[in-house]
Design a protein around this ligand. Sequence first.
Ligand code: AR6
Length: 180
Amino acid sequence: NIKIICADITTLKVDAIVNAANTTLLGGGGVDGAIHRAAGPELLEECRALKGCKTGQAKITRGYQLPAEYVIHTPGPIYQDGTHGEPELLAHCYRNSLILARDFHCKTIAFPCISAGVYGYPMQDAATIALSTVYTYLADTKANMIVYHVCFNKETEALYRTVLANIMSKQSDSKQSRKC
Ligand code: AR6
């Protein structure tokens, strides 16, 4: 139920898209700017009423003019050197977004690569956290949800595919050794 695609997340007709927001929830550049532009001014109005969001937490709004029904806003960590709780906070972004999506009965959800743009998270590390957190959540909860990882270019897409293949092969190795 994990799909890796190369697309502009604002064009996807899914139940929820995730916004790599900042803690004010009042918009910005990158994917955040693109989502606000495509959704229209009502999104900012609803975001204003939310009074911000802590790093690693998630809040939901409607999608307005977007094809997606909902937007889940989650501020990722600003990358310093990886020893300031960034991996845990980034994993929380994915997990809390999935929990919120489940609470709103979403069956399809699309993530950008949170923190890997303006916030400077190294792409390979960000992709590993993204994919392993989603993989573990789906396996543990047996959630009936399709999760799209939306890459903005072909290089990122290729990297995501390699990382996912590594995660899957580690899983099957550990299943094999449990059998032995
Ligand atoms: N569709 C899919 N992915 C996209 C799109 C798009 N339309 N546009 C950019 N990306 P970033 P961050 C990719 O910088 O690092 C904002 O100002 C992009 O190539 O959007 O979490 C907020 O307000 C990159 O791989 O988010 C915050 O202040 C990924 O999305 C800050 O930036 C995330 O890049 C958040 O920074």
